[in-house]
Ligand binder design. Structure first.
Ligand code: SF4
Ligand code: SF4
Length: 224
């Protein structure tokens, strides 16, 4: 399971600033279990958007927001989603990117993906999120440079890019060119005028570990 935390309200409100009608997409799997993207959080963000002068057009909690085809049909089947100016996605980085891939509308990441919990799955996967703990997808057109650029560059492209191809693998497209193209298609290339600041990386030892909230009942059961 991907464990997520809510981004600070101020950061999310800044990211949705230029959009009026915002549709919220939660996630019925990991983010619901993390209590960051379930029914309660979608309702809470509906209120917060309204209080801040936005027009929340509705919300949906797909079973797996990281599933591109599912997101395409979710958006297609909802008049409110299809007619929104942007999506506020309360899901992990893979979910935000699935919504971005499923629609030509801008996406705003509402959560930070923190770490990978237990998972059990047989299949084929694309690595789209490294769970860096400080998501930049709101500024990079829903495409993650930390994971998809071989150098993990927060600002690009690097000097090795040639004709839109990656220096490290000439058969692959440069992810920073893809970011620019998608931002440009949305008239949002101004986002690239501002450099992404270095991430506040800290070692695991320095990272503050918060106690997990447990109910009185389970606390009693586990008490020694
Ligand atoms: S910036 Fe990339 S690696 Fe970091 S949380 Fe967002 S999608 Fe994941
Ligand atoms: S060419 Fe693009 S994707 Fe490749 S390393 Fe440079 S910035 Fe990253």
């Amino acid at each position: 399971m991907i464990v997520t935390e809510q981004k600070p309200d101020r950061e999310v409100l800044e990211a949705v600033q230029k959009y009026r009608r915002v549709f919220i997409i939660g996630c019925g799997s990991c983010a619901t279990a993390s209590r960051t993207g379930g029914e309660e959080e979608c309702r809470s963000w509906t209120e917060k958007l309204r209080e801040n002068g936005k027009e929340p057009s509705g919300y949906s909690i797909p079973q797996e927001t990281c599933h591109v085809l599912l997101m395409k049909s979710t958006i297609r089947q909802s008049a409110e989603a299809s007619s929104s100016d942007a999506f506020l996605v309360l899901a992990c980085g893979a979910g935000v990117q699935a919504v971005s891939a499923a629609s030509d509308r801008p996406v705003v990441a509402g959560l930070n993906s923190m770490f990978l919990g237990t998972t059990e799955r047989v299949g084929e996967f694309l690595k789209y999120c490294s769970l860096c703990g400080n998501c930049v997808l709101s500024r990079t057109a829903g495409i993650c440079p930390v994971t998809r650029c071989p150098k993990g560059l927060l600002n690009g492209p690097c000097g090795g890019m040639v004709d839109g191809r990656c220096e490290v693998d000439r058969t692959a497209a440069c992810v920073w060119v893809a970011i620019y193209d998608r931002l440009k298609a949305r008239g949002d290339q101004g986002k690239l005028a501002q450099m992404n600041a270095p991430k506040p990386y800290v070692s695991a030892r320095q990272r503050k570990v918060e106690p997990v909230n447990i109910s009185r009942k389970s606390a009693g059961r586990n008490a020694r």
